[in-house]
Design a binder for this molecule. Structure first.
Ligand code: CP
Length: 311
């Protein structure tokens, strides 16, 4: 693995390797794995709490040093019109790995072409967020004990949310049946197999086993689900300025309809799509277990990229 720019690039063996590293890291977290002379550059052109801090915590755990631009879209020379080519070539002189988030989807293509050191995609526009998908699926495996024949409900912003794209690609690998519950106003929401066309990013994923559910009655399917995955409406990415208000919300009163052995996930940050009264339910993994797993998975990814000869 040279970079980690999209979920599709990962062979099954690489995913298994990340998960088994993460398992070992979770067991032996008090024994750091040192990479004393390595430097991780956090280059974030969009806000982040979890992704940036978990990568930085992962680097600290590995004994690395970090260089951070938390507002790179205004504080780096991109603001002066510097190209991604020149940016990656320059950053490569200061560090050993770059973790990059930016609203410009194309930075992944530039990284692939021009970066001499590994680049990890921490979110490119509304395209992909591969490390989030890896930690999501790792969490599902830990919570349920398997990844077979899953029924997964993915709710919220299917048009502008990037985590749902990467997650769909990864769930496809495991043959999951995905029930998409899109927000009203971001595309169609009738149970019509052509509906993926409203979501160009997800349509590329071509999920074989999927259907759409009307957000007003999606709760009727809760009892069948192994995973309920909610996402925030990305109003900041809409160019028409319309605020989307109608989408599936998980109310605490609905929890009794869910299977006892199931899991509620959210990439966070959240809006009002999960009632805070759900937070203490044992199936709610989003606040602690999912976030913590993100740390283990990101240590594993850094290790895999840095332990290999780079070519
Ligand atoms: N899930 C996620 O990407 O969160 P942050 O935006 O806080 O990094």
């Amino acid at each position: 693995m040279k970079h980690l720019l999209g979920i599709r690039q990962l062979e099954e063996s690489a995913i298994t390797e990340i998960f088994s590293h993460a398992d070992r890291i979770a067991r032996e977290f008090h024994d750091p794995f040192y990479h004393n002379h390595k430097v991780m550059i956090s280059f974030f052109g969009e806000p982040s709490t979890r992704t940036r801090f978990s990568f930085e915590a992962a680097a600290v755990h590995l004994g690395m040093r970090t260089l951070t631009a938390a507002d790179a879209s205004v504080s780096s020379s991109l603001k002066k019109g510097e190209t991604w080519k020149d940016t990656f070539r320059t950053l490569g002189q200061y560090g050993d790995v770059i973790v990059c988030r930016h609203s410009d989807e194309e930075f992944t293509r530039a990284a692939e072409m021009w970066s001499r050191i590994p680049v990890i995609n921490a979110g490119n526009g509304h395209d992909e967020h591969p490390t989030q998908a890896l930690l999501d699926v790792y969490t599902i495996k830990k919570e349920l004990g398997h990844l077979d024949n899953l029924k997964v409900m993915i709710c919220g912003d299917l048009r502008y949310g990037r985590t749902v794209n990467s997650l769909s690609y990864l769930l496809k690998r495991y043959g999951a049946h995905v029930y998409y519950v899109p927000a009203v106003g971001l595309g169609g929401w009738k149970n019509d197999p052509t509906e993926l066309k409203f979501y160009p990013q997800m349509a590329k994923c071509d999920m074989p086993y999927h259907e759409f559910l009307d957000p007003y009655i999606a709760h009727l399917k809760l009892e069948e689900m192994d995973v309920v995955y909610l996402t925030r409406i990305q109003n900041e990415r809409r160019e028409d300025g319309v605020i989307v208000k109608d989408y599936f919300k998980l109310h605490a009163s609905r929890l009794k309809e869910m299977k006892e052995k199931s899991v509620i996930l959210h990439p966070l940050p959240r809006g009002d799509e999960i009632d805070t009264a759900c937070d203490d339910d044992p199936r709610a993994a989003y606040h602690e277990r999912q976030v913590r797993n993100g740390l283990y998975v990101r240590v594993a990814i850094l290790k895999m990229l840095l332990d290999r000869p780079y070519n």
